[in-house]
Design a protein around this ligand. Structure first.
Ligand code: MN3
Length: 247
Protein backbone atom coordinates (compact mmCIF):
# COMPACT_ATOMS: atom_id res chain seq x y z
CA UNK A 1 0.00 0.00 0.00
CA UNK A 2 1.35 3.44 -0.92
CA UNK A 3 0.76 6.65 0.93
CA UNK A 4 -1.35 9.32 -0.69
CA UNK A 5 0.55 12.55 -1.32
CA UNK A 6 -1.31 14.28 1.49
CA UNK A 7 -0.59 11.47 3.92
CA UNK A 8 3.03 11.37 2.87
CA UNK A 9 3.44 15.09 3.43
CA UNK A 10 1.82 14.88 6.82
CA UNK A 11 4.08 11.97 7.61
CA UNK A 12 7.22 13.79 6.57
CA UNK A 13 6.16 16.76 8.67
CA UNK A 14 5.81 14.50 11.69
CA UNK A 15 9.06 12.69 11.07
CA UNK A 16 10.99 15.91 10.64
CA UNK A 17 9.87 17.07 14.06
CA UNK A 18 11.06 13.80 15.54
CA UNK A 19 14.73 14.11 14.82
CA UNK A 20 15.26 16.03 18.03
CA UNK A 21 13.38 13.54 20.19
CA UNK A 22 15.84 11.10 21.73
CA UNK A 23 15.16 7.41 22.00
CA UNK A 24 14.74 6.34 25.59
CA UNK A 25 16.22 2.99 24.64
CA UNK A 26 19.72 4.42 24.54
CA UNK A 27 22.12 1.73 25.71
CA UNK A 28 24.44 4.07 27.59
CA UNK A 29 25.02 7.79 28.08
CA UNK A 30 28.12 7.55 25.90
CA UNK A 31 26.10 6.45 22.90
CA UNK A 32 22.96 8.41 23.67
CA UNK A 33 23.67 11.33 21.38
CA UNK A 34 24.02 9.04 18.39
CA UNK A 35 20.88 7.15 19.40
CA UNK A 36 18.70 10.23 19.16
CA UNK A 37 17.51 9.44 15.66
CA UNK A 38 18.03 5.67 15.83
CA UNK A 39 15.42 4.12 18.09
CA UNK A 40 16.76 0.71 18.99
CA UNK A 41 13.38 -1.03 18.75
CA UNK A 42 13.83 -0.59 15.01
CA UNK A 43 11.06 -1.26 12.51
CA UNK A 44 8.89 -4.22 11.56
CA UNK A 45 9.10 -7.15 11.72
CA UNK A 46 9.59 -6.81 15.44
CA UNK A 47 10.71 -9.57 17.76
CA UNK A 48 10.12 -10.19 21.43
CA UNK A 49 13.15 -8.83 23.32
CA UNK A 50 14.73 -11.12 25.90
CA UNK A 51 14.30 -10.11 29.51
CA UNK A 52 17.49 -8.45 30.76
CA UNK A 53 17.53 -10.86 33.77
CA UNK A 54 16.34 -14.43 34.47
CA UNK A 55 12.56 -14.80 34.62
CA UNK A 56 12.58 -15.48 38.38
CA UNK A 57 15.12 -12.75 39.18
CA UNK A 58 12.59 -10.22 40.45
CA UNK A 59 11.17 -12.53 43.13
CA UNK A 60 9.81 -12.06 45.70
CA UNK A 61 8.57 -8.72 44.35
CA UNK A 62 7.33 -10.10 41.01
CA UNK A 63 6.82 -13.85 40.87
CA UNK A 64 8.14 -16.12 38.18
CA UNK A 65 4.73 -17.20 36.85
CA UNK A 66 3.56 -13.61 36.41
CA UNK A 67 6.76 -12.81 34.52
CA UNK A 68 6.46 -15.89 32.31
CA UNK A 69 2.89 -15.09 31.31
CA UNK A 70 3.39 -11.33 31.11
CA UNK A 71 6.50 -11.48 28.94
CA UNK A 72 6.05 -14.78 27.14
CA UNK A 73 2.32 -14.46 26.38
CA UNK A 74 1.10 -10.89 26.71
CA UNK A 75 4.13 -9.05 25.33
CA UNK A 76 4.69 -11.74 22.70
CA UNK A 77 1.07 -11.29 21.63
CA UNK A 78 1.50 -7.55 21.08
CA UNK A 79 4.57 -8.18 18.92
CA UNK A 80 2.80 -10.82 16.84
CA UNK A 81 -0.30 -8.70 16.25
CA UNK A 82 1.74 -5.58 15.48
CA UNK A 83 3.73 -7.48 12.86
CA UNK A 84 0.54 -8.87 11.35
CA UNK A 85 -0.96 -5.39 11.06
CA UNK A 86 2.18 -3.93 9.43
CA UNK A 87 2.73 -6.79 7.01
CA UNK A 88 0.64 -5.23 4.26
CA UNK A 89 1.75 -1.64 5.03
CA UNK A 90 5.05 -1.43 3.17
CA UNK A 91 5.76 2.27 3.77
CA UNK A 92 4.69 2.46 7.38
CA UNK A 93 6.29 -0.91 8.13
CA UNK A 94 9.71 0.61 7.45
CA UNK A 95 9.22 3.38 9.98
CA UNK A 96 10.67 3.03 13.48
CA UNK A 97 8.08 2.16 16.11
CA UNK A 98 8.56 5.51 17.85
CA UNK A 99 7.67 7.30 14.61
CA UNK A 100 4.52 5.20 14.22
CA UNK A 101 3.50 6.03 17.80
CA UNK A 102 4.18 9.73 17.37
CA UNK A 103 2.20 9.66 14.12
CA UNK A 104 -0.76 7.92 15.74
CA UNK A 105 -3.24 10.70 14.88
CA UNK A 106 -2.27 10.73 11.19
CA UNK A 107 -1.90 7.00 10.52
CA UNK A 108 -4.34 5.44 8.07
CA UNK A 109 -7.44 4.32 9.94
CA UNK A 110 -6.72 0.70 9.04
CA UNK A 111 -3.48 0.84 11.00
CA UNK A 112 -4.29 3.22 13.81
CA UNK A 113 -6.02 0.76 16.14
CA UNK A 114 -3.31 -1.88 15.82
CA UNK A 115 -0.48 0.60 16.46
CA UNK A 116 -2.34 2.11 19.39
CA UNK A 117 -2.90 -1.29 21.00
CA UNK A 118 -0.06 -3.54 19.89
CA UNK A 119 2.55 -0.91 18.97
CA UNK A 120 1.93 0.73 22.33
CA UNK A 121 2.02 -2.69 23.99
CA UNK A 122 5.37 -3.59 22.44
CA UNK A 123 6.92 -0.22 23.24
CA UNK A 124 5.56 0.00 26.80
CA UNK A 125 6.64 -3.50 27.81
CA UNK A 126 10.08 -3.10 26.23
CA UNK A 127 10.52 0.01 28.34
CA UNK A 128 9.05 -1.66 31.46
CA UNK A 129 11.35 -4.72 31.51
CA UNK A 130 14.39 -2.52 31.14
CA UNK A 131 13.24 -0.26 33.98
CA UNK A 132 13.43 -3.08 36.53
CA UNK A 133 16.39 -4.86 38.05
CA UNK A 134 17.02 -7.37 40.82
CA UNK A 135 19.78 -4.98 41.95
CA UNK A 136 18.14 -1.64 42.64
CA UNK A 137 20.53 1.16 43.50
CA UNK A 138 19.58 4.81 43.68
CA UNK A 139 19.19 7.64 41.17
CA UNK A 140 22.41 9.36 40.13
CA UNK A 141 22.90 12.94 41.43
CA UNK A 142 21.46 14.52 38.29
CA UNK A 143 18.18 12.57 38.37
CA UNK A 144 17.96 12.78 42.17
CA UNK A 145 18.31 16.56 41.97
CA UNK A 146 15.61 16.79 39.31
CA UNK A 147 13.17 14.64 41.29
CA UNK A 148 13.83 16.66 44.45
CA UNK A 149 13.37 19.93 42.57
CA UNK A 150 10.14 18.82 40.87
CA UNK A 151 8.51 16.80 43.69
CA UNK A 152 10.31 17.58 46.96
CA UNK A 153 12.35 14.37 47.19
CA UNK A 154 12.90 11.09 45.35
CA UNK A 155 10.40 9.45 47.67
CA UNK A 156 7.85 12.22 47.09
CA UNK A 157 8.27 11.62 43.34
CA UNK A 158 7.52 7.91 43.79
CA UNK A 159 4.51 8.72 45.95
CA UNK A 160 3.20 11.05 43.22
CA UNK A 161 3.70 8.26 40.68
CA UNK A 162 1.93 5.81 42.99
CA UNK A 163 -1.03 8.17 43.40
CA UNK A 164 -1.26 8.51 39.61
CA UNK A 165 -1.04 4.72 39.19
CA UNK A 166 -3.79 4.16 41.74
CA UNK A 167 -6.01 6.62 39.88
CA UNK A 168 -5.90 4.62 36.63
CA UNK A 169 -9.39 3.19 36.27
CA UNK A 170 -9.19 -0.25 34.67
CA UNK A 171 -6.13 -1.05 32.55
CA UNK A 172 -3.37 1.43 31.87
CA UNK A 173 -0.01 2.85 32.83
CA UNK A 174 1.47 5.52 35.08
CA UNK A 175 4.49 7.47 33.85
CA UNK A 176 7.37 9.72 34.68
CA UNK A 177 7.86 11.91 31.61
CA UNK A 178 10.79 14.28 31.01
CA UNK A 179 10.60 17.61 29.25
CA UNK A 180 13.47 18.55 26.93
CA UNK A 181 14.58 20.89 29.75
CA UNK A 182 14.78 18.00 32.19
CA UNK A 183 11.64 18.67 34.18
CA UNK A 184 10.00 15.44 35.39
CA UNK A 185 6.24 15.08 35.76
CA UNK A 186 3.69 12.30 36.22
CA UNK A 187 1.11 11.21 33.66
CA UNK A 188 -1.26 8.32 33.19
CA UNK A 189 -2.58 6.57 30.11
CA UNK A 190 -5.30 4.06 29.37
CA UNK A 191 -4.87 0.63 27.80
CA UNK A 192 -1.53 0.60 25.90
CA UNK A 193 -1.45 4.30 25.09
CA UNK A 194 1.70 6.15 26.10
CA UNK A 195 3.36 9.58 26.29
CA UNK A 196 5.16 9.02 22.97
CA UNK A 197 1.75 9.32 21.25
CA UNK A 198 1.53 12.81 22.77
CA UNK A 199 5.11 13.55 21.67
CA UNK A 200 6.36 13.41 25.22
CA UNK A 201 9.46 11.55 26.39
CA UNK A 202 8.83 8.73 28.87
CA UNK A 203 11.39 8.03 31.58
CA UNK A 204 9.51 5.24 33.36
CA UNK A 205 6.19 3.50 32.79
CA UNK A 206 4.51 1.29 35.40
CA UNK A 207 2.12 -1.34 34.06
CA UNK A 208 -1.06 -1.36 36.13
CA UNK A 209 -3.01 -3.85 34.03
CA UNK A 210 -4.20 -6.62 36.36
CA UNK A 211 -2.14 -9.13 34.33
CA UNK A 212 0.96 -7.41 35.77
CA UNK A 213 0.14 -8.24 39.38
CA UNK A 214 -3.05 -10.22 39.95
CA UNK A 215 -1.53 -13.67 40.56
CA UNK A 216 0.49 -12.43 43.52
CA UNK A 217 -1.26 -9.26 44.66
CA UNK A 218 -4.88 -9.81 43.53
CA UNK A 219 -6.71 -6.50 44.07
CA UNK A 220 -3.85 -4.94 46.07
CA UNK A 221 -2.45 -2.61 43.41
CA UNK A 222 -0.84 -0.38 46.06
CA UNK A 223 1.21 -3.32 47.39
CA UNK A 224 2.31 -4.18 43.86
CA UNK A 225 3.45 -0.58 43.32
CA UNK A 226 5.43 -0.59 46.58
CA UNK A 227 7.09 -3.81 45.38
CA UNK A 228 7.93 -2.32 41.98
CA UNK A 229 9.60 0.62 43.71
CA UNK A 230 11.98 -1.88 45.37
CA UNK A 231 13.22 -3.15 42.00
CA UNK A 232 13.53 0.00 39.89
CA UNK A 233 16.67 0.00 37.76
CA UNK A 234 17.88 3.44 38.82
CA UNK A 235 21.05 3.04 36.80
CA UNK A 236 19.09 2.74 33.56
CA UNK A 237 16.60 5.42 34.57
CA UNK A 238 19.48 7.79 35.32
CA UNK A 239 21.06 7.02 31.93
CA UNK A 240 17.76 7.72 30.18
CA UNK A 241 17.44 11.00 32.03
CA UNK A 242 20.96 12.00 31.02
CA UNK A 243 20.27 11.01 27.42
CA UNK A 244 17.35 13.44 27.31
CA UNK A 245 19.32 16.20 29.05
CA UNK A 246 22.34 15.66 26.80
CA UNK A 247 20.46 15.46 23.50
MN1 MN3 B 1 1.40 -5.69 30.63
Amino acid sequence: MTLSRREALKHIAVVSTLAAVPSVFAASPASSKKKADLPSLGHSPYSLPDLPYPVEALEPFIDRQTMEIHHGKHHAGYVKKLNAALKSEAAWGKQPLEVLLQSIHTLPESLQGAVRKHGGGHYNHSLFWTSLSPVSKSPDPSLARALSRDFGSVNDALQALKKEALSVFGSGWAWFVVSPFGRVSVERSINQENPVMEKQIPLLGIDVWEHAYYLKYQNRRADYLDAIFQILDWTTLSERYQAVRGA
